[in-house]
Design a protein around this ligand. Sequence first.
Ligand SMILES: [Zn+2]
Length: 170
Amino acid sequence: MADLQKAEIVGTPAMEGTYISEMDMWPFECQEFNRIYPFYDNLRAGKFTTTKCKACGHIAFPPGVICPKCWSEDLEWVELPQRAKVVCFTETQAGAPIGFPSPLIMAWLTFGEDTPLKHLLGRIINCKEGELKEGDEVKFVVFDVPSHPIDVKRDTAIRDRVYYAFEPVK
Ligand SMILES: [Zn+2]
C-alpha cells in the first residue's frame, strides 16, 4: 500500500488513467522476473547490447537466455552498432495507442554488412511528422518509460523503466 501511495505521488500514468499497462509495447521490465534484465542495465549505461553464445559464437537479437542454434546457456553480453539507415517506414499520424504520441514512426532499419544485426524494425522518436525519408541515418537513443505498479512476491513495487528507439542524425 505504501508503494501505491508513492505511485500516486510520482504521478504514475496508470493511476491517472492516461497509461494502460495492458497496452504496453515493452517486455516485463523487472529484475525479479526477467533473466535478460542486464539488457536494461546496459540501456541505462547507453549501450545497445544482446547475447552471444560462448559455445558456438552465435549472436541473436533480441537477447535470450538460451542459444537458439546449439541450446547452450553459456552466453555473454556484446554491444551492437548504434547507427543505422532507414530502408522504409510507416508513420501513424492519428490513432496511435495510448502512451504513444503521434506521429508513431516504425522503420525497417539496416545496419550494414559487418555486423551481427543486419536489420531491425525500430521505433523512430524525436522526429516531426513528414520529416523522415528513406535512406536517412538514425542513431540509437534511450528514453524513460512510465512506471506502473508490479506485484513482486507479496509487495507492490515501482520500477524505473527505460527502453530504446532511434532518432534522426541531424
Ligand atoms: Zn550456441
